[in-house]
Design a protein around this ligand. Structure first.
Ligand code: NAD
Ligand code: UDP
Length: 338
């Protein structure tokens, strides 16, 4: 299929591009480069041996979207484009509702105009809010606790209404747990601007000496070692999950489906620190710090529905996540010095 990836030069979009190309699809990236670099396109070409077209545009620009879909005979869209920093969303909620919610409305409108009604959407486990039970399955009640999460929930609800209104839509909502790691090539990975909010890029930068020490947010949770537990999933596994979800919605009856993409396995912050140190032979100085506002003690998926309905399960373990994160960090360091 010809597939448009909004946010395709970002962290997850770029990995999904490689997986789709390996599976025989053609991809075109549509990105405003707000949080990514056009050079990712060269790296995708180096990894896949295929030239990937990039349309630099904003999803709030319907004409740009319609032009890209017509120019590239697009048959399906995978929608990654969005802002994702929880703290920023609390400080600047209008920016998040505008970019994420209005942007998605603009996208689905443009898709409908072009007769493209197959879509995979990047949602998040954040839509489950405070877990009422674990592991989290797709039937767990939803309750976002911050503006970023509310944009994801609003979009999920908007997509459900659209699927209900018109039987031609085929929509997959994928609720990601904690994507980490990088492509084996070391050429693409997660490289946030400024000081990372997320654990794994923070650990990588401490290991590289770019940051002095990790603050472990909370050591008095009701978890085995008192630190927060999350379901970390290798981004390459996550990418394969998108290929499986797209195949499933194309083959099954139209409508909207929701799948968790996680491993089902929880690791604590200190598990992550120790694994990174052991696998990569580096030291991660850390200090125990107060809890971060809005964090939950534990969050991990039931991956059963995806296993049964998509035939997909995560294959890569924690060691592979740590090794590939470090390999990407070292590639970045070489790029910056060379
Ligand atoms: P990312 O920031 O690396 O990628 C998002 C891309 O979207 C960037 O390249 C950015 O430039 C682009 N973009 C943003 N707004 C845009 C707009 N208005 N028009 C066009 N392009 C725009 O983030 P990511 O980690 O790859 O996340 C991709 C998606 O997955 C996001 O929707 C995010 O909310 C969701 N998600 C990510 C995580 C995670 O931990 N990384 C977890 C759950 C869900
Ligand atoms: N965390 C931490 N220090 C950091 C960043 C994160 O201790 O500098 C912890 C955080 O409190 C949570 C886990 O690491 O328990 C994962 O956080 P992240 O922000 O990566 O993902 P989240 O699950 O919050 O989306």
């Amino acid at each position: 299929m010809n597939i448009l990836l909004t946010g395709g030069t970002g962290y997850i979009g770029s990995h999904v591009a490689t997986a789709l190309i390996s599976a025989g699809h053609q991809v075109v990236c549509f990105d405003n480069l707000a949080n990514s670099d056009a050079a990712v396109i060269d790296r995708l070409a180096a990894i896949t041996g295929t030239a990937v077209p990039l349309v630099v545009g904003d999803i709030r620009d319907g004409d740009a979207l319609r032009g890209a879909m017509a120019d590239h005979d697009v048959e399906a869209v995978i929608h990654f484009a969005g802002l994702k920093a929880v703290g920023e969303s609390v400080a600047e909620p209008m920016k998040y509702y505008d970019n994420n919610v209005r942007g998605t409305l603009s996208l689905v409108q443009a898709m409908a105009d072009c007769g493209v009604k197959t879509m995979v959407f990047s949602s998040s486990a954040t839509v489950y809010g405070q877990p009422q039970y674990l592991p989290l399955d797709e039937n767990h009640p939803t309750a976002a606790t911050n503006p970023y999460g509310r944009t994801k929930l609003m979009i999920e609800e908007m997509l459900a209404d659209i699927a209900a209104s018109d039987p031609e839509w085929r929509i997959a909502t994928l609720r990601y747990f904690n994507p980490v790691g990088a492509h084996d090539s070391g050429l693409i990975g997660e490289n946030p601007n400024g000081i990372p909010n997320n654990l794994m890029p923070f650990i990588s930068r401490v290991a590289a000496g770019r940051l002095n020490e990790l603050s472990v947010f909370g050591s008095d949770y009701d978890t085995p070692d008192g630190t927060g537990v999350r379901d970390y999933i290798h981004v390459v596994d996550l990418a394969d999950g998108h290929v499986a979800a797209l195949d499933a919605i194309v083959q099954a009856a139209p409508g909207l489906s929701t799948w968790n993409l996680g491993t089902g396995q929880g690791y604590s912050v200190l598990d992550m620190v120790r694994a990174f140190e052991r696998v990569n032979g580096v030291r991660i100085p850390y200090r125990l710090a107060p809890r971060r506002d809005g964090d939950v003690a534990s969050c991990y998926a039931s991956p059963e529905r995806a296993a049964q309905e998509l035939g997909w399960t995560a294959q890569r373990d924690l060691d592979a996540m740590c090794a590939s994160s470090w390999s990407f960090e070292r590639t970045l360091a070489m790029r910056n010095t060379g």
